[in-house]
Design a protein around this ligand. Structure first.
Ligand SMILES: Cc1cc2nc3c(=O)[nH]c(=O)nc-3n(C[C@H](O)[C@H](O)[C@H](O)COP(=O)(O)OP(=O)(O)OC[C@H]3O[C@@H](n4cnc5c(N)ncnc54)[C@H](O)[C@@H]3O)c2cc1C
Length: 459
């Protein structure tokens, strides 16, 4: 029999923002219903098919020794990933559904009207009504319109790659952006022959040229074939492999692939939500339009995380939850404009973590800057790089010459994903480059590089 439930707050999608808000609201005594379309996705993209499995694979792939059987080692690694993601998934479900005033419903939700969402059809249909609704349905990979790609039997998604125990022999990654390079680095370290085809003339066009070149050098040194300025014209299945045809420098070339991974971006998941039934507006790429408080065109409906078209990171979805909770339970002042110095990390090995302005951006903006830059191998104050035998990379800081404030950093280094948070915190709280340089850090750590690199400053 069809069922109708009323709740104080309805959350559609089990992403980071939605679940965080759901917990806080439940703990505050609100009756919360959360709808997740798949039992394989409790907790959302990050713990199931995103950050957690890929970063675990970074860890495993770097632990492989040359005499390990590549296929066997990979299958064991995938089993380890499966164990962890299953545990996280179950934990996510129980932590929320186990609360007295929270219910998790499994099924794909769509809007019926501005206050009503339905799951399932006919006798199994569950209808939920709520005065407040949070949409947190995430994003999905885009398959670019390359002739032959969508039909290829070797087309794989990142999710499929991290769930299959078969190590691909030859992986071609289409697109040299963040996710593409992470997969390239991981699978190369597992022993796959990896080719990255990037249409731009260089990798990471947003980063300074010297930083992008340092990343490319590391990938090439690890044996990844990085081909930039490549325009893929078609893909042809040839039995056990696909032939990827591309043009570069006026010539036609091919590369063979047993797995083809498109990594050309992710689009918000809104197609099946019937947002028009709720009067919620979307933009051209399907993203839900929101204001700085994350309210949609219907003020009682909020959109959090990748679905609102903002930066696609778990910690942004988490910050979205802070904004929405401030609207629902706080003084309503917090906005997306409050975000300053938001760092991010590209988990190649060693990782590249960046925050703020690049040197190019700072100069283009007419800022009076000083730049400090040092290769990791040359940083005497950072023996940690030598103790863990990873001395590749470079650290670069952009400093305002007038105020001594840090404007940006690009850290290609062991532990960069940790150091960058200290730098970002300093930027948010106006701690100067000199104060950072003269601070006390533990030893041997990677953070203590800061003691030295700020001394290498040049105008
Ligand atoms: C391979 C990969 C690696 C990544 N690595 C990192 C990283 O290292 N660090 C980082 O910060 N970010 C990383 N990201 C990005 C990060 O995972 C996302 O930005 C983040 O998970 C988005 O969270 P969200 O809250 O928007 O929703 P999601 O976590 O995407 O959750 C949305 C949920 O909604 C569900 N859903 C969709 N439609 C419906 C519907 N109609 N009804 C019910 N449920 C529905 C989906 O099944 C899903 O579970 C990575 C992403 C990928 C793909």
């Amino acid at each position: 029999m069809a069922t109708t439930i009323s709740a104080d707050v309805l959350v559609v999608g089990f992403g980071k923002g939605g679940k965080t808000a759901a917990h806080v609201l439940t703990d505050a005594g609100r009756r919360v219903v959360l709808i997740e379309q798949s039992a394989d996705m409790y907790g959302g993209t990050c713990p199931n098919v995103g950050c957690v499995p890929t970063k675990m694979l970074v860890h495993y792939s770097n632990a492989r020794r040359h005499d390990d059987d590549a296929q066997e080692f990979f299958a064991d690694s995938i089993a380890g990933v499966r164990d962890l993601t299953s545990a996280f998934r179950a934990g996510n479900f129980e932590a929320l559904d186990g609360k007295d005033t929270a219910t998790v419903i499994t099924g794909a939700a769509h809007f019926v009207d501005p206050h009503t969402v339905a799951v399932g059809e006919g006798e199994d249909r569950v209808t939920v009504t709520a005065p407040t609704i949070l949409v947190n349905t995430g994003s999905e990979p885009v398959v670019p319109p390359i002739p032959g790609l969508a039909e290829s039997s070797h087309l794989v998604s990142g999710t499929e790659l991290t769930r299959t125990a078969n190590l691909p022999e030859r992986l071609t990654v289409i697109g040299g952006g963040y996710l593409g390079l992470e997969f390239a680095s991981i699978y190369r370290h597992f022993g796959t022959h990896v080719t990255v085809l990037e249409s731009a003339e260089r990798l990471l066009p947003r980063e300074d040229e010297d930083i992008a070149a340092a990343v490319a050098e590391i990938l090439l040194g690890d044996g990844v074939d990085v081909i930039t300025g490549a325009r893929i014209t078609r893909i042809e299945d040839t039995g056990a492999t696909s032939t990827v045809h591309y043009e570069k420098d006026g010539g036609s070339h091919t590369v063979e692939a047993s797995a083809l991974l498109p990594a050309t971006g992710r689009r918000p998941v809104t197609a099946g939500l019937r947002l028009d039934a709720a009067g919620v507006h979307t933009g051209p790429n399907g993203a839900v339009e929101v204001d700085e408080y994350l309210r949609t065109s219907q003020p009682h409906i909020f959109a959090l995380g990748d679905v609102n078209g903002g930066p696609q990171f778990t910690y942004i979805s988490l910050d979205d939850a802070r904004i929405v909770l401030d609207q629902l339970m706080g003084d309503g002042k917090r906005t997306t404009a409050d975000r300053v110095a938001v760092p991010h990390t590209l988990f190649v090995t060693p990782p590249l973590a960046t925050v703020g302005l690049t040197e190019h951006e700072a100069r283009a903006a007419g800022r009076n800057i000083k730049v400090s830059r040092e290769k990791v191998a040359d940083i005497i104050a950072m023996p940690r790089a030598y103790t863990v035998e990873e001395t590749r990379g470079v650290m670069k800081f952009i400093v305002d010459a007038d105020t001594d404030l840090v404007l940006g950093a690009a850290l290609l280094s062991i532990d960069a994903q940790e150091i960058i948070n200290t730098v970002a915190l300093a930027m948010r709280h106006d701690i100067t480059a000199t104060e950072l340089r003269d601070s006390i850090y533990t030893h041997p750590s990677s953070t203590e590089a800061i003691n030295e690199v700020f001394d290498k400053i040049v105008a």
